[in-house]
Design a protein. Sequence first.
Length: 363
Amino acid sequence: MKLENNNFHKDFKLNNNSFANINELLKYTRNFSNEIHLFLEDWFSSKEFVIVQTSGSTGKPKFIQLQKTQMQHSAFATGLFFDLKENTTALLCLPVAYIAGKMMLVRAITLGWRLDVVLSNSEPLKNVFTNYDFSAMVPLQVESSLSKLSLIKKLIVGGGVVSNQLQEKLQSVSTHVFATYGMTETITHIAVKQLNNLQLLKENFSKKSFYKTLPNTTIYRDERNCLVIKNDKISNEVIFTNDVVRLISDTQFEWLGRFDNVINSGGIKLHPEKIEEKLSKIITQRFFVIGNSDEKLGQKLILIVEYKGNGELKLKKLLATKIKNLQSLSKFQVPKEIYFINHFIETETKKIQRNKTLDLVKF
């Protein structure tokens, strides 16, 4: 199929509106959403690239250029993997300021979807009563939409880790929910992992679902055991990530955590994300573990919990007892200290900024 960024698919609809040409579409979005209008104005311009801002969850936010043809290739890969052809009904409930929201528009324009737009808040389905084939959300939105999630057939979740507690709740939902792996540089996801309805998976997924790469993606590990991604369709360069992984096959991997989050405690390397996965079974508040300076160990593992109520001492004792009795934790994975803080520092896309939050802790 010939790729064109100066037009849109004949079957594309926005909020149930069809458009004869680009000018009609831009006129409609000008009165409907300035954010969408500005992006589409940029998309249909003569420029071959789009400037996109990264989220800043693992460093300072930055602006990068993404080729429009590569964004379209990403859209085709998603459509192929999830079998989302023309006239797919889709819901956009993410901000268009970032790549995830932009790509929902690009997919709709490129593949000929019927796209509806709602406010990108924490309860996107609150006033939705229509069924959709596809949508994308962040974990917070999924958590608040569980009672109405069946309105969506296939849902991708990105922008944060899906907790064990949320994944357990998803087991009773008919929606096929997938966690995504990707970043702005990879034009959203290059791999997905199904979170529920595992008995309906194709044979290339195991009972314990791992991340499965999308078409045209080659993966391997560098000397740090971090994921390396090669996909000529979406990037002119090989992408070296800071994500420590275990390769299951040429197309599947298990994500272990961020290399820059690894804690070296007395010579033992600890992956916070894997420890948090285990702790999420007993901690209901938002939390994370992180390494803090220690004269003896170099770094010691500490637990930081977001908590605004009273009775911190009582809660600390309760958590300490629960953690001690959690059999899945090794002795090295047990936090040495527990701290409480009223509110975590976040990025604009609601990702926790660990180091900045750590600076607020009173030791």
